[in-house]
Design a protein around this ligand. Structure first.
Ligand code: C5P
Length: 243
């Protein structure tokens, strides 16, 4: 199986750069990527990405773009020039928007002499429960079917994979193919608190479901010993029976 280390992504959800860098120094060398999300990016800006890259980390910018295709393409081009390894757009923005995002990011990165980032579609955020998907958003299908449908849309638009909940991964892989990447947040080792995540799974379950990348935030960043938490998660991933 691929090295579990490369498949683990730690979410640096901090309101400012210094604690994010402190955590990055602690756990960055032990994992595949560090994730800069909306909180850190909107407080520290692109410097968050450049500072992490200077530490030698690969960066997943959890941009969750959703706008008209032209605007998202402009943002994606800027992301392509930043040298991130992965970023994402909402699949609910539609296939034209996703196609434009990918084209713009790949073009901009190539022009800058950088490796183009993986472009990932966000399906249904894992904090949303079935009731919210149905009653608040008025989507008649359940969260699972909605996520699979959006994954198919993302695949057709040429994206590299999707962010989805662990239990959606087997069906997404079946429909979109094994090579289509599954990035799964909502990971909770047995010893961690669920927090605001609804559709959660353990690291072992994520690997067994076929997840390619596991996104873990608070179970590591709020742990008393974050390095030990990473080691425990990697140990659990290594124990998985399948690729
Ligand atoms: O702290 P926790 O492990 O819940 O962090 C999960 C991370 O994954 C957060 O940064 C959150 O923004 C992100 N995420 C998510 N659900 C998605 C996409 C991203 O929880 N569908």
């Amino acid at each position: 199986m691929r090295d579990p280390k490369e498949r683990l992504i730690i979410a640096l959800d901090y309101p400012e750069l210094p604690p994010a860098l402190e955590m990055a120094r602690l756990v960055g060398p032990k994992v595949g990527m560090l994730k800069v999300g909306l909180e850190l990016f909107n407080s520290a800006g692109p410097e968050a990405v450049s500072a992490l890259r200077e530490l030698g980390a690969r960066v997943f910018y959890d941009s969750k773009f959703s706008d008209i295709p032209n605007t998202v393409a402009g943002a994606a081009a800027a992301v392509g020039r930043m040298g991130v390894s992965m970023f994402n757009v909402h699949a609910l923005g539609g296939s034209r928007m996703m196609m434009e995002a990918r084209r713009a990011a790949v073009e901009a990165a190539s022009e800058a002499g950088l490796v183009p980032p993986l472009v990932i579609g966000v399906t249904v955020v894992t904090s949303l429960g079935e009731g919210e998907v149905r009653e608040e958003l008025g989507i008649p299908a359940n969260a699972h079917d909605t996520a699979v449908r959006l994954a198919v849309l993302a695949k057709r638009a040429g994206l590299d994979g999707v962010v989805a909940a662990v239990h959606e991964v087997p069906e997404i892989k079946r429909v979109c193919g094994k090579e289509f990447l599954a990035v799964t947040p909502g990971i909770r080792p047995a010893w961690a608190q669920a927090g605001d995540q609804s559709r959660i799974a353990t690291p072992l379950a994520a690997i067994e479901a076929g997840s390619d990348y596991l996104v873990v935030g608070r179970p590591v960043t709020r742990a008393e010993d974050p390095a030990a938490a990473v080691a425990a998660i990697l140990g659990e991933m290594k124990g998985a029976s399948r690729e």
